[in-house]
Write a protein that binds this ligand. Structure first.
Ligand code: ASP
Ligand code: MG
Length: 613
């Protein structure tokens, strides 16, 4: 007999008939011999309706009262579902967050779960009842029972947190789509259902998957090793399994860790190759990384920042023992790459550096939380460590530093973020098959699991930043103080010497809505910080590929760049993590870019997957 937590979203309980259908499905699972805890959202668009009511009365409603109001939606659906189960002859009881003892932070309207007392639920389960729990809500303390909510879409988080607290065997998320798809099916018509994905991949795909599954829920599942299944409420199809490897046991206190970073990773077996002043035109990255892939050279970080004039710099890292080969490849194709470049004043060149290391902070808690990258840069600056290159993804910030600095970098980062360090994940230990829930090892991990497009970002570039420790720190602190969340940060290789001092450029992306505020704040600080121009381009698109199987699998980046090159799409910026590659292209090419990349990795399926508008 298994203990299963099932969660049903708002659409799944949107009417009396649907609630009855959910009850029938719950009953089926009980009949199969399982203990069941069911978490439900508010019916249909109830929560939106409540928000509207509040806004009709106040432009800035009190957040405590907001929680009082919003938490009522789920109280309706749990009672109705419980009645529907009882009508079918199944003993059931509905419980609110307070009754279950879901204790959260005091942060009204966006509280994180601190702990859950499993005793009461366990008692009802032992009595043969199905326990129906209100999603999205908790209490700030067991004394005064102040009601809190977890933030919109928070019921997923309630369900997974309950699964962790109850040590459930499985957590099923029932929704109105059949599972997680390889791309947004409204843009890519032949997007296909994934049968499985790892939680790490899911987190990197946050911009694609967040509508289906709350990132905070994925984070809890990963931290406690809970297997999640995302599937349709309307069908019996198996849906998508979100797999996590068995983690170190961790206490249930501080369940949703408030910490933004949960690991400091490092890799000292890296060397850097940079190509300076190659032409800024389609096909250059494709050619370079295609050539490297042909030689079976595995590339780790790839960074291309903003262009200057008509040229770009592209830098990448490889393992130290392949540096000579990689350098030879780069040097050999450099003349071909730069053919047709007008000015010979500053010809293209390659540059290598063997004495580097990569240090990375990782954690799902940094999604949407301003200032985490800034804190990393500040920490390194305080230790006098210069950052040579920066590349970020959804849940990671990686910096390349001098090899001589790396042990100090690790020590100081571990101290700041209160975590222990580990070498970068080895692909061999990441096969979810042999670790998660004892299932047999699955087929080799696909290099690319899914692709995502983000059309809501703007690109900002800061030119001629003095190259000394502390500059990146001050710049991103400044933005964090304005409460601006920075998405992707890129610092590449290019250095310029101006009046005897070396300078670099940093480029990054923010939500379009924040671009103006970011520009203003940066321009205001320019005289003090001594950098040059601040440039903004809102007309960009970010396309990403994500897949665990790309680790130590040469040629994946090349295939992505090649696909873009065949469509004559120019790559403006590149940033990577171990399992993600993102390219910035111009906005009007975003959709084509996404489709062509999806096709290039053979992600298309035969079936048309229907999803609600
Ligand atoms: N009802 C809440 C909302 O709409 C929580 C949820 O459905 O996950 O945000
Ligand atoms: Mg939802």
């Amino acid at each position: 007999m298994a203990l299963i937590v099932q969660k049903y979203g708002g659409t799944s309980v949107g009417s009396v008939e649907r609630i009855q259908a959910v009850a029938a499905r719950v009953l089926q699972t009980v009949k199969a011999g399982n203990d069941l805890v069911v978490v439900v959202s508010a019916m249909g668009k109830t929560t939106d309706g409540l928000v509207k009511l509040a806004n009709a009365i106040s432009t800035n409603p009190n957040r405590r009262e907001m929680d009082m109001l919003l938490s009522t939606g789920e109280q309706v659906s749990i009672a109705l579902l419980s009645m529907a189960l009882q009508e079918l002859g199944q003993p059931a009881i509905s419980l609110t967050g307070a009754q279950v003892g879901i204790v959260t932070e005091t942060e009204h309207t966006r509280a994180r779960i601190l702990k859950i007392d499993p005793d009461r639920i366990q008692r009802h389960l032992n009595a043969g009842q199905v326990v129906v729990v209100a999603g999205f809500q908790g209490i700030a303390s067991t004394d005064d029972l102040e009601i809190t909510t977890l933030g919109r879409g928070g019921s997923d988080t309630s369900a997974v947190a309950l699964a962790a607290a109850l040590q459930a065997d499985l957590c099923e998320i029932y929704t109105d789509v059949p599972g997680i798809l390889t791309a947004d099916p409204r843009i890519v018509e032949d997007a296909q259902l994934m049968s499985e994905i790892t939680s790490d991949e899911m987190l990197e795909l946050a911009s694609l998957g967040a509508k289906v599954l709350h990132p905070r829920a994925v984070e809890i599942a990963r931290n406690y090793g809970i297997t999640l299944v995302v599937r349709s409420s309307w069908a019996d199809d198996p849906g998508t399994r979100v797999l996590s490897s068995t983690p170190q046991p961790r206490p249930l206190e501080g369940l949703e860790i408030a910490r933004p970073v949960d690991a400091v990773e490092f890799d000292t077996d890296q060397a850097k190759v940079a190509l300076l002043r190659v032409p800024d035109r389609p096909g250059v990255a494709a050619r370079l990384f295609g050539e490297l892939a042909q030689q079976q050279l595995d590339v780790d970080l790839i960074i291309q920042s903003i262009h200057e004039g008509n040229t770009n710099d592209i830098a990448f890292t490889v393992t130290k023992n392949t540096l000579n080969q990689a350098e030879a490849v780069a040097a050999a194709i450099l003349p071909a790459l730069s053919a047709g470049l007008e000015s010979n004043l500053n010809p293209a060149e390659t540059l290598v550096d063997r004495e580097i290391a990569k240090v990375t902070i990782a954690g799902a808690g940094m999604i949407g939380r301003p200032g985490v990258a800034a804190q990393m840069f500040t920490t390194l600056a305080a230790a006098g460590i210069n950052i040579q290159m920066i590349s970020t993804s959804e849940v990671k910030v990686s910096c390349v530093v001098a090899a001589t600095d790396y042990d100090r970098a690790i020590a100081t980062l571990c101290e700041t973020f209160e975590v222990t360090s580990s070498p970068r994940n080895e692909p061999g230990t990441m096969d979810p098959g042999d670790q998660a829930t004892g299932s047999p090892p699955s087929a080799p991990l696909p290099p690319v699991r899914g692709v995502a497009l983000d059309l809501n970002q703007a690109k900002l570039a800061i030119r001629e930043i003095p190259d000394r420790p502390g500059m990146a720190a001050r710049i991103f602190q400044l933005l964090a103080r304005e409460n601006i969340s920075v998405d992707m940060i890129i610092q590449s290789q290019r250095c310029r010497v101006i009046q005897g001092a070396t300078t670099r450029d940093i480029a990054f992306t923010v939500a379009q809505a924040d671009a103006d505020a970011a520009r203003k704040a940066l321009e205001k600080a320019a005289p003090e910080l001594g950098y040059g121009q601040v440039e903004v381009d809102p007309e960009i698109a970010k396309v990403s590929i994500v897949g665990m199987g790309m680790i130590e699998n040469p040629g994946i980046a090349a295939r992505m760049f090649e696909a873009l090159s065949l469509q004559q799409i120019n790559i403006q910026m590149i940033a990577t993590s171990e399992i993600k590659i993102s390219c910035v292209v111009s906005q009007d090419e975003g959709v084509t870019a996404l489709r062509t990349i999806h096709a290039a990795f053979n992600l298309a399926g035969q079936e048309r997957i229907q999803v609600p508008a």
